[in-house]
Design a protein around this ligand. Structure first.
Ligand code: LLP
Length: 386
């Protein structure tokens, strides 16, 4: 059996590791990053890697080496980005609830921008910046009320969502700005959601951004950069056929529909699309349990290792790496955790599967390892690179 081709790892190497483990394909990571940069650079676009997707040291080192900026959502992510060599002037700090301590980390390091989500947050940043004798560069995260048409838990750009400053607050904010002498508004920031596979929401975003950009320019606010966020989805169903998202199409939509002024820089914060497909979760089958209606394949990875199916009803492609049969059967692939939501997929077609077989859950490089938990006092997983 050709383990080398199917896992990019030899069987002897595979069985050296305690399962479950995350496995990262650095070649695919490099290819994905190169594609993203090539298509972004064509239009002079800047990409900040949304670190929340994966903060594995080795992954961060590769991304940093390719001259991406960083998009951070906690003080610790800012510190980690700096530790890994991301330049302060390429670090954006986002998040709806930054603590005072976290803001201070950003101020001390003179980061590129704080993406601000409320009027009160801007007032606090001004206060802390005054104390620190700094001028904080901020981007206003505006809620564009554009539907990303993705899962409701990862939709962020609707007025009902907690994110961003709503349009009815803008007049009041502009009145306050002159009194906030230790902040400088340099950008406008938007992010409508994640795992967006249709280009229509991005087109709609551009149309709304054009209006809001004009609104600020009309009022004499000099906007240096527009940050359109992240959100580009990947093909979870066919990771082998489509390992790299269509960055050309994605950036092309912004080129076509966004109307920046000559002096304005365009920034993006991509997470999933850069790292999802380079990662997989490798697990071993513990038991096969034959139900009357279903065969359960109980594997040694659970929602503690990959929470996406339980939390967002996400479906990842699943493969039996060990079975050599040309037949197939249907299984409910479940984990060992005492929760019915601990299920990776129902009626999954696999080669006939038995105890000890290796199972690969594809496309887990984004929001996989970072979202693991110690629930049930589960062991920490090893990580393997190929
Ligand atoms: N910028 C902001 C402000 C964000 O909130 C996010 C993701 C990104 C950029 C990056 O988005 P991406 O390019 O990765 O779609 N855990 C969920 C996804 C949560 C996304 C949170 N925000 C999942 O597993 O699907």
């Amino acid at each position: 059996m050709d383990f080398l081709i199917r896992t990019k790892m030899k069987k002897e190497k595979l069985i050296q590791h305690r399962t479950p483990f995350y496995c990262y394909d650095l070649k695919l990571l490099n290819q994905t990053l190169d594609q993203a940069q090539t298509h972004a650079k064509k239009h002079d676009y800047h990409i900040h890697y949304a670190m929340k997707a994966n903060t594995n040291d080795r992954i961060l080192e590769v991304i940093q080496s390719k001259n991406f900026g960083a998009d951070c959502v906690s003080g610790n992510e800012v510190k980690k980005a700096l530790e890994k060599g991301f330049k302060p002037n390429q670090i954006a700090f986002a998040g709806v609830g930054k603590s005072d301590e976290e803001i201070e980390i950003g101020l001390q390091n003179d980061i590129f921008t704080f993406n601000c989500e409320s009027v009160q947050e801007i007032e606090i940043i001004n206060e802390l910046a005054t104390k620190a004798n700094k001028v904080a560069r901020i981007a206003l995260r505006l809620n564009p009320n554009v539907d990303a048409k993705t899962h409701k838990y990862i939709t962020t750009g609707l007025e009902e969502n907690k994110f961003g400053i709503n349009s009815w607050e803008l007049e009041g904010l502009l009145e306050k700005l002159p009194s906030l002498s230790n902040i400088k508004v340099t950008g406008l920031h938007f992010h409508i959601g994640s795992q967006i596979t249709s280009m229509t929401p991005f087109k709609n975003l551009c149309i709304r951004v054009n209006e809001l950009n004009q609104w600020f320019l009309d009022r004499g606010i000099h906007i240096e950069h527009l940050n359109l966020g992240g959100g580009l989805g990947i093909d979870y169903q066919n990771p082998k056929e489509n390992p790299i998202p269509d960055f050309e199409l994605f950036f092309g939509v912004f080129k076509q529909f966004l109307e920046p002024r000559v002096h304005q820089e365009i920034h993006f914060e991509l997470g999933r699309s850069l790292v999802a497909n380079c990662g997989s979760l490798i697990s071993k089958v513990l038991y096969i349990k034959n139900g009357i209606k279903t065969n359960f394949a109980i594997i040694d990875a659970g929602m503690t290792e990959l929470i996406r199916p339980a939390l967002y009803q996400a479906s990842h492609s699943i493969e039996n790496l060990t079975s050599v049969s040309s037949d197939s059967e249907f299984y409910d692939v479940v984990g060992p955790i005492c929760e019915s939501s601990d299920c990776f997929g129902k009626k999954i077609e696999l080669k006939p599967t038995k105890r000890g077989d290796y199972i690969k859950i594809h496309s887990t490089g984004a929001y996989g390892e970072v979202m693991t938990s110690g629930y049930n006092l589960r062991e920490q997983n090893p990580v393997v690179f190929v």
